[in-house]
Design a protein around this ligand. Structure first.
Ligand code: NAD
Length: 263
């Protein structure tokens, strides 16, 4: 199939570099004819993001999702640029690295609040602003992780945040469904990205997934991109409020694979 995203205009948020999940998604959508706008956090990221964005014909925009005025400015720019919007991808998460190790129970109030603000509320704030531009229906997508459902080493406050993010996907799906706007999450398997390298023992976690997932491997940004394409295109037209695991099946496993090497 080609041209699945022909005529669709969308925003991708959370591109840091060519390892970002947002990049896998941007490439999959571009290959199917989507028109893209890419936002980044600004600062030193800008010089990495700009050439990537240009290579997929995307406009670039600076936006700190912790700042309502910055979000307002971004959506005003998109309204000027296109007049409307068909999809948004939210591939953003943040927590203080020092709390992505050790015990969850030690989480500080300040980091709990900022993790929830950047990793959970920002998606709701984005949907609020995107929905009025989606006059012909639309599709909203965020990224989550299995640490929302089960305790994963070092994921801590981020696991609590992802559980809240997944719940917000369901509420947003209900609120916006009547306007033909769908809202879903992809629960991605572990991928070595900038954000992931902040998590304690990440290499061990990657290896564990590879040894124990039904497909006996980890997943790639490109594979997350393909599932995003399904949810953002007409192929996913009846799918909303869903959390789809794109994790080589890891979430169905109840026990270590007895044939896996000792770690
Ligand atoms: P990444 O580091 O490439 O992307 C994270 C992005 O969040 C960066 O672009 C960063 O600039 C952005 N960001 C953080 N704070 C921001 C702010 N205040 N304003 C604007 N942008 C901000 O890492 P990634 O792994 O591609 O992460 C994308 C999403 O995927 C995150 O939600 C992450 O939790 C999720 N995820 C990652 C994995 C994995 O193993 N890498 C697995 C499942 C889910």
């Amino acid at each position: 199939v080609a041209g699945l995203m022909e005529g669709k205009r969308g925003l991708i948020m959370g591109l840091a570099n060519d390892k970002s999940i947002a990049w896998g998604i941007a490439q999959a959508l571009h290959a199917q004819g989507a028109r893209l706008a890419i936002s980044h956090q600004g600062g030193p990221l800008e010089k990495r993001v700009r050439p990537l964005a240009e290579s997929v014909g995307a406009t670039t925009h600076e936006c700190d999702v912790g700042d309502g005025a910055s979000l307002d400015a971004l959506f005003a720019e998109l309204k000027d640029q296109w007049g409307g919007l068909d999809f948004v991808v939210h591939a953003i998460g943040f927590s203080d690295k020092s709390e992505l190790r050790g015990r969850y129970v030690e989480t500080s109030a300040a980091n709990f609040r900022s993790t929830m603000d950047i990793s959970v509320y920002s998606f709701t704030a984005i949907c609020q602003r995107a929905a009025p531009l989606m006059t012909d229906g639309g599709s909203l997508l965020t990224l989550t992780y299995y640490g929302s459902e089960k305790v994963m080493p070092h994921y801590n406050v981020m696991g609590v945040a992802k559980a809240a993010l997944e719940a917000s996907v369901r509420y947003i799906a209900e609120d916006l469904g009547r306007d033909g706007i769908r809202c879903n999450a992809i629960s991605a398997g572990t991928i070595k990205t900038l954000a992931a390298s902040g998590i304690g023992d990440f290499r061990y976690i990657l290896k564990w997934n590879e040894n124990n997932a039904p497909l006996r491997r980890t997943v790639t940004q490109e594979e997350v991109g393909k599932s995003a394409l399904y949810l953002l295109s007409d192929l996913g037209s009846a799918v909303t409020g869903e959390v789809i695991h794109v994790d080589a099946g890891y979430h169905v496993v109840g026990m270590k694979n007895p044939e896996a090497p000792d770690m």
